[in-house]
Write a new protein. Structure first.
Ligand SMILES: Cc1cc2nc3c(=O)[nH]c(=O)nc-3n(C[C@H](O)[C@H](O)[C@H](O)COP(=O)(O)OP(=O)(O)OC[C@H]3O[C@@H](n4cnc5c(N)ncnc54)[C@H](O)[C@@H]3O)c2cc1C
Length: 502
């Protein structure tokens, strides 16, 4: 009998499996839908190379989902011209390490203010900044600032900032300085240790050019333990609930349906698949679509209030880039951090000869919805981001885009390929929609909160309200938008989960 069955060996799942199996008396089993390689040298080069994201359209290591980033009605107030929906694509890692195996390696912590908001609605202790800081520290080995307050030097994840940024990164940093924005030496600095906004080198989970996701950092060193079993190619289709208690899961491997039983089931399948799994198991809104044929087991607002960071892509050209040209080390070496906005000068070209400055809203007010269209486990969930549905988000993105335009005007030879319209311009929303993309940071499909909170799915101990023996430990649970990329926070949540009483 397995003590803890972890569904999904992704960013959080690998951390949790490694931490729980430190106790030799605790039997841990991981079911991962993607391929499991237990030898780091067997990882394909594309997954190891931190300079690029391995998002090839035919890559076997990705989940892909169509999404409606913004529907016609989302950004409409009163009379307007009909808009076509803005369609997008969401990707996630489908491989041991999950999205940490394919992402941009930006390892930034969320801010103290995010946890003040989280702690307020968690419904119990354990999510204030002081407590989560211990978990962030435990995860990292910060090669640059490990000895500073609030940092760690002995954790599994190496954190480093580019020592020789590419010319484009340096040019954007210089332009930001000329706008009066301070240099932030350490983006992960705790409050009181230097400026909390400004232009900063991106902390990255990279070692000598290699992406170090949680499979490499946490799970592989633990894989030899006799009390840890990791099965790849095992796609869980639903959780089995008997008399209000989760007792096992049904999964498919090699076209065969199997069942695994456990004392405690932890969903670490990521914000999309964890929500889809709960819905397929009958844990969801009382109005679960009738056409799915799924009987309601327990009502819960799964998938109802997710958030993600919308990003506007500003395309520009530069003339000859001055100075010597060290190759870029990661897709994003510098970020201009304005608290609720990130300006992202990508080092990679999405179109040959054209550069992109991303303008991302880090505390959006708009929220999205995920639901099932069918009970078939192979069917993709229907995802609607509902970006730009709040007027405050549209206004703030336009203001930030205007600042980005000003910043680019200060880079010698740079030419923005558009003009940013004033917020009052009749076509300003159309302009935003034409450049709208996603940061791939979807979170909050199974939010944390007290039992009486109509938006809450899990309690402060990460347990699903109303179903015993079932927890969620991944990016599904944050009840507020975190104002940084989620990777480091997914690791932190799993480190916190390993601390919690079982
Ligand atoms: C292309 C891309 C770039 C990104 N860049 C950054 C970045 O630079 N910095 C940053 O902070 N964030 C970034 N993110 C976001 C960040 O990587 C994720 O939010 C975070 O890693 C999610 O962690 P997770 O544990 O919730 O889920 P995941 O890491 O996605 O893990 C989920 C795991 O569960 C498995 N799984 C799913 N369903 C099932 C099932 N039914 N049965 C069995 N297994 C299942 C999956 O295969 C996967 O391994 C990026 C994301 C993407 C996709």
């Amino acid at each position: 009998m397995t003590d803890t069955l972890i569904v999904g060996g992704g960013t959080a799942g690998c951390v949790l499996a490694a931490r729980l199996s430190e106790d030799p008396a605790h039997a841990v089993r991981v079911l991962e839908a993607g391929r499991v390689r237990l030898d780091p040298a067997a990882f394909p080069e594309a997954l190891r190379d931190a300079t690029r994201m391995p998002l090839d359209p035919n890559a076997a290591w990705l989940w892909r989902y169509p999404t409606i980033l913004s529907a016609d009605s989302d950004s409409a107030e009163g009379a307007h011209d009909a808009y076509d929906p803005v369609l997008g694509e969401l990707v996630r890692g489908r491989v041991l390490g999950g999205s940490s195996a394919v992402n941009g390696s930006y390892f930034g912590r969320a801010r103290a203010a995010d946890f003040a908001a989280w702690d307020d609605i968690a419904g119990g202790p354990g999510w204030d900044f002081g407590t989560v800081l211990d978990a962030y520290r435990r995860s990292e080995c910060d090669k640059d600032f490990g000895d500073r307050p609030g940092h760690g030097r002995t954790g599994p994840i190496p954190v480093i900032r580019s020592a020789h940024p590419a010319p484009i990164s340096r040019a954007v940093a210089a332009a930001a300085h000329s706008l009066g924005l301070p240099e932030r030496e350490d983006l992960n600095a705790v409050p009181g240790d230097g400026p909390q906004t400004g232009v900063a080198r991106v902390p990255c989970n990279v070692d000598r050019g290699l992406r170090i996701g949680t499979a490499t950092a946490y799970l592989l060193p633990a894989a030899h333990r006799p009390n840890l079993r990791v099965d790849g190619g095992a796609t869980v289709s639903r959780v089995l609930v008997r008399h209000g208690r989760a007792v096992g899961v049904e999964y498919r491997r090699d076209d065969v349906t199997e069942t695994a039983w456990a004392d405690h089931i932890v969903l670490c399948a990521g914000a999309v698949e964890t929500a889809a799994l709960l819905l397929r198991s009958g844990i969801g809104p009382a109005s679960l679509p009738a056409g799915t044929g799924i009987p309601l087991v327990h009502p819960a607002p799964v998938g109802q209030w997710f958030t993600d960071h919308p990003e506007i892509g500003l395309e520009y050209r530069v003339g000859a880039e001055p100075g010597e040209k060290p190759p870029a080390t990661v897709p994003l070496e510098y970020v201009v951090d304005l608290d609720d906005i990130e300006l992202r000068p990508y080092t990679v070209e999405f179109t040959p000869g054209i550069r992109r400055l991303g303008v991302a809203l880090m505390r959006p007010h708009s929220w999205g919805v995920l639901r099932l269209s069918s009970g078939d486990p192979a069917a993709r969930p229907v995802i609607a981001h509902r970006y730009l549905s709040e007027a405050a988000d549209r206004t703030r993105l336009l203001e930030a885009a205007a600042l980005a335009e000003e910043l680019l005007s200060r880079i010698p030879g740079a030419r923005l390929l558009t003009r940013v319209p004033p917020a009052t311009h009749p076509r300003a929303v159309v302009w935003l929609r034409e450049r709208l993309g996603t940061s791939q940071h979807l979170s909050g499909t199974c939010r944390m909160g007290a039992a009486h909170d109509e938006r809450a799915v899990v309690d402060h101990g990460l347990r699903v309200h109303g179903v015993r023996g079932l927890s969620v430990v991944d990016m599904s649970v944050p009840p507020v938008p975190l104002s940084r990329g989620p990777q480091a926070s997914a690791v932190m949540i799993a480190e916190r989960a390993a601390d919690l009483p079982r």
